[in-house]
Design a protein around this ligand. Sequence first.
Ligand code: PLO
Length: 496
Amino acid sequence: MGFALLLVGLAALIALLRWLLGFLRSSSSSSSSSSGGIPCLPRVPLLGSLLSLRSELPPHLLFTRFTETYGRLYALYLGPHLALVVNDYSHAREVLLAKGKEFAGRPYMVTTELLTRGGKDIAFADYSPLWRNQRRLVHSAFSLFGEGSSKLQTIVLEAADCLVEELLSLRAQGVDPAPAILRAVTNVVCRLVFSGNYRPGDPELQEVMDYNDGIVQTIARGDLVDIFPWLRVFPNKDLKKLKACVKVRDTLLTRKLEEHKESLTPGDPRDLLDALLEGRGSDRDVGLSDDHVLMTAAEAFGAGVETTSTTILWAIAFLLHHPEVQERVQAELDECVGAERAPLLSDRTRMPVLDAVMSEVMRIRPVSPLLIPHVAMQDTSIGGHPVAKGTRVLVNMWAIHHDPQQWEQPDTFRPDRFLDDSGQRVIPPSFLPFGAGPRVCVGESLARMELFLFMSRLLQRCQLSAPRGASLPDLQGRYGVVLQPPKYTVTIKARN
Ligand code: PLO
């Protein structure tokens, strides 16, 4: 035991020394030349700029504050890694769109490597030709369920009705809506990914929700182990928890995968797993292994659950603060849909107010305020400054969505900014809640449809208000791999 510890310590020391040597070599050139003339936060050996990043503020707010000192494009060192922080739309457009392919790489992180079996997924995997094809396959699989098919609509409306019944049956003055919403959204995704359909209280559903929660708490949170991979050799509670959750996830999904392989009917994909399996046997075969299929399904799952449920919770929180906005949406619903039938995707074009409300929610509280880090895959440039291959780029979508030069009173919830004078929708260019370019969210259109159906059904049937005597929801987000609202309570009554 003692000997093993000694070895580990020695290995760490060697890694440290090697790195220190590399650092001294690289910092003998001036710090502004290594960051291409871009202003850089102070740095010290080994830690880089980490000392400046210690703060009460969550990273997206801290990065936004740094713009006052360093301007809207600046550099910092995450340990040994040079990272540029982009805080304005014009540079973001250059990174994501104009030079999207040059910046389509992803950094190595210990936690996401564990999560994705070394990058066999879509969101965290580094760019490669195989990745491009894998992404295309997922895209076409998604369109099987979304646009032009009533499958998603049927599934979501069923889940939304269950959700409404459950919320109304609680009858309490104030209830926390989060568990019921999470269950409803998880159920939708289970059906889309592997045709799972759970009744409330099903132990397998609970298992899925538990492992998801454990992963959210431990993944890609800017922890030190993601900056200094060698720290992995030391005991680490979070990594242990992450591994345990990943194991539960893998057991469950492997079982689903095997079942699907046995019951697959060619030409008639029932869900995402079928579509991925089928994509392998056909002329569209892009060489996906079982691991790729599994990791893709697991990720579609995690992304679909966490982002959608969080956005719905933000929407309700803001509606409690702005009852007049809820009334406007309900007036629009009453006029376009009435009370007799459920809202349908085909109603969406006639409901610009609800659309504007959801856009405003995603502007003011983007679930992914710093997106996922990008990496320059070749020597390139931003704003005329040279950027070396391997440089990380963090796009501060929070800063872009709160930029006073682009948005009037950016901290005010005002859906009307997404409507023109005649009440038709307008989309300002600096609104990018799903990112943009080659790395744009693959689930974007599915997500928008799902959000529309959930929110319209919920607001058609329910009146949401702040419980008497309780304070309104706290609108400060909790930063993590998704920006979540703190827990709050709501009073829910049936609308007649
Ligand atoms: C959520 C927990 C799951 O168990 C695993 C998972 C997969 C994909 C991740 C998602 C988590 C969080 C939100 C992410 C998504 C990929 C794209 C999305 C990061 C960790 C965002 C907001 O960028």
